[in-house]
Design a protein around this ligand. Structure first.
Ligand SMILES: Nc1ncnc2c1ncn2[C@@H]1O[C@H](COP(=O)(O)OP(=O)(O)O)[C@@H](O)[C@H]1O
Ligand SMILES: O=C(O)C1=C[C@@H](OP(=O)(O)O)[C@@H](O)[C@H](O)C1
Ligand SMILES: [Mg+2]
Length: 182
């Protein structure tokens, strides 16, 4: 096993790498490992929100989804601005790209779309995950949201990674190979 930070083989991305895609496809898990492999800082924007405001379920219940979307857009804008001088790896929440301002800011980043299907995520979302939008009928909700948001993910993507099969480590290696070619 290579030492941490050496698996990228010296690859230095020219721009911040931003992972997008539906809920539970692995944005947070793959983003974290990608950052380690490339020895870059990792920012999970949902984690930043939770650190400041409490759990996402509590925010949705107490302040509503619109409030969550506002702070989400602000956290992402701040993190992208901080990454201007030195690229970072950022994992967004699945609905973040629906914000027009966020979508516009992503033009300055390399956007990685993690593409999966219902079978990939079924077990993960049925286990229950604290995602308020999947609180009721998670499989059907996931299917509807993934379908509705698919065109937005595809339009923003610079690179698409099929995450239907493979461990996180294997997918990170595949992704670095794709990024080198892009
Ligand atoms: N390729 C994978 N193989 C196995 N488990 C995975 C894989 N990618 C993600 N997971 C697991 O699935 C769950 C959801 O992943 P997560 O990274 O939180 O998704 P997202 O951030 O896209 O919602 C986590 O428990 C994570 O460890
Ligand atoms: O798709 C969405 O609207 C959401 C996705 C979640 O993040 P993950 O995609 O990391 O699960 C989280 O931001 C919130 O529950 C809303
Ligand atoms: Mg996540």
């Amino acid at each position: 096993m290579p030492a941490r930070g050496t698996q990228g083989g010296g690859f230095v991305p020219p721009r911040t790498l931003v992972l997008i895609g539906p809920m539970a496809v692995g944005k947070s898990a793959i983003g974290q490992e990608l950052a380690k492999s490339l020895a870059l800082e990792f920012v999970d924007t949902d984690q930043k929100i939770v650190q400041k405001y409490g759990s996402i379920a509590e925010i949705f219940a107490g302040r509503g989804e619109n409030f969550f979307r506002r702070i989400e857009a602000k956290v992402i804008a701040d993190a992208l601005a901080a990454g201007t001088h030195r690229p970072v790896v950022m994992s967004l929440g699945g609905g973040a790209v629906l914000d027009a301002g966020t979508a516009q800011l992503l033009a300055d980043a390399t956007v990685i779309h993690l593409d999966a299907d219902l079978e990939t995520v079924r077990g993960r979302i049925l286990r229950g995950s604290g995602r308020p939008l999947l609180a009721e009928d998670p499989v059907e909700r996931w299917r509807q949201l993934a379908l509705a948001r698919g065109p937005v993910y595809r339009a923003l993507a610079d690179v698409t990674l099929d995450v239907r099969t493979g461990t996180v480590d294997v997918l990170v290696r595949e992704l670095i190979a794709l990024l080198r070619q892009s």
